[in-house]
Design a protein around this ligand. Structure first.
Ligand code: DOR
Length: 443
């Protein structure tokens, strides 16, 4: 099947260009195809922009074990609708993905259910070093330095030293200092509500854990990605570590502040917690000046019934994967960033951080994971229209300008005219860790 996408403005690695893109089978075969090119389908994309598909390097799709919240079918349908063509999923499923066998089980479920491409991190425990050393075909190792949903926590210094010293895969971590979080919770006592979540999971807790993890990465010269950076202080730290360390901001930390608790309550209860408007501004500044490289979601669905439990029984996490690109396109509309920056943060940079082969760019020979967006299209996010099994969004009621209108995964259409086409299945992402990560070859 050959598809010619004509008349779009394409976001190429070196900027915007009005070129026609030819896809043959699963690959992009020509960027700037001649007008005489013959194809099975010619897509007239006049007035639209063509982007590489989004790579979301932090999602929780709950499969296996917690599939009443989400599964690899519903989560991947939400991806297709949102222009996300590859997701990397976290290990806090049930059972936790801390062994080769558990990773293989997830890959088998994804092969059956996932509409888009996928990858699964292996989770670290205090005693699974052999599994971490032997793991291949995974983007990297995930450590919860600070507990969140599930029971994956590695807080012991000796265990952390061993993981950084004795493994070779890139590492990423959830950084919130457990001792600080417990101390804050004890000090506040039982009379707490959701607004206390950001006092318990404080800015200091995030900074202490991020500093500790960066120190480990440095001393062991081990590639390390700080997940969901949420504070100005962590962003400031990252300035000094542009060799082995990269960092990610999530859309909820770029959009919400503690001032939103009265309006949204537990809908924005997240770990790390939502912080102040100053932190939000600092995260945007850190993306713009390159201290942070990646924008992701940490898509972490729970049912609305679960979220309605009184705090702190309400679980932390929110779904975002079907709205993240639209949120960032809306930010382009509001002049917070450029379209090229969005493509760098959401497509190219995650591919480089995790050494993903053949993705993240519109270039000859790259995979035909593509998304066509209409920067002028305005739509309002509605709970009832969400593809996520949890059927809600913290952005319910928000009108955003700029939406995906068609998504291709490996040359096959998975979203078009407002509908997910889910008869196709994605593939596992491929990694070449000898590529050396985001900073390889950069000044
Ligand atoms: O709030 C969160 N919820 N943060 C995480 O890192 C995990 C997630 C979940 O899995 O629910």
């Amino acid at each position: 099947m050959r598809t010619l996408i004509k008349n779009a403005v394409c976001v190429l690695p070196d900027g915007l260009a009005s070129v026609d893109v030819l896809v043959d089978g699963e690959r992009i075969v020509s960027v700037d195809a001649p007008a005489t090119t013959v194809a099975d389908e010619i897509v007239d994309a006049s007035g639209l922009h063509l982007l590489p598909g989004v790579i979301d390097d932090q999602v929780h799709f709950r499969d296996p074990g917690l599939t009443h919240k989400e599964d690899l079918h519903t989560g991947s349908r939400a991806c297709a609708k949102g222009g996300v063509t590859t997701f990397l999923e976290m290990p806090n499923t049930v059972p936790a993905a801390t062994t080769r066998a558990a990773i293989d089980a997830k890959l088998a479920i994804a092969a059956e259910k996932s509409v888009v491409n996928y990858g699964f991190y292996i989770g670290a425990t205090a005693d699974n070093l052999d599994e971490l050393r032997a793991a291949d075909g995974v983007p990297g190792i995930k450590i919860f330095i600070g507990s969140s949903t599930g029971d994956l926590l590695v807080d012991d210094q000796d265990a952390l030293e061993r993981i950084f010293a004795e493994t070779t895969l890139p590492i990423c971590a959830h950084c919130e200092d457990e001792t600080t979080v417990r101390g804050n919770a004890a000090a506040l006592g039982d009379a707490v509500d959701v607004t206390d979540h950001s006092r318990i999971r404080s800015a200091e807790a995030a900074l202490i854990a991020t500093r500790r993890a960066i120190d480990l990465a440095h001393r062991h010269h081990h590639r390390f990605h700080v997940l969901h950076v949420s504070t100005a202080a962590e962003a400031a730290l990252l300035a000094d570590h542009r060799d082995v360390v990269t960092g990610e901001a999530c859309v909820h930390h770029l959009e919400f502040s503690v001032d939103d608790y009265p309006r949204l309550g537990t809908r924005i209860q997240m770990n790390p917690s939502i912080k102040t408007t100053d932190d939000v501004a600092a995260l945007w500044a850190a993306l713009r000046d390159g201290r942070l490289q990646v924008v992701a979601t940490d898509h972490a669905p729970h049912t609305l019934d679960e979220k309605a439990r009184p705090y702190p029984a309400s679980p932390s996490g929110l779904p975002a994967v079907e709205n993240s690109l639209a949120l960032m396109l809306n930010a382009v509309h509001e002049r917070a960033c450029t379209l090229e920056q969005v493509v760098h943060w959401m497509c190219d940079a995650p591919a480089r951080v995790w050494d993903i082969v053949g993705k993240g760019r519109i270039a000859d020979g790259y995979d035909a994971d593509l998304v066509l967006v209409d920067l002028a299209l305005e739509k309002t996010v509605r709970d009832a229209e969400q593809e996520t099994k949890s059927r809600w969004s913290p952005w319910d009621g928000a009108t955003l300008r700029g939406w995906p209108v068609r998504t291709w995964v490996l040359g096959r259409t998975v979203f078009r005219d407002g509908r997910v086409c889910d008869d196709e299945r994605g593939r596992p992402a491929r990694y070449d860790h000898s590529l050396g990560g985001y900073w390889a070859g950069r000044a």
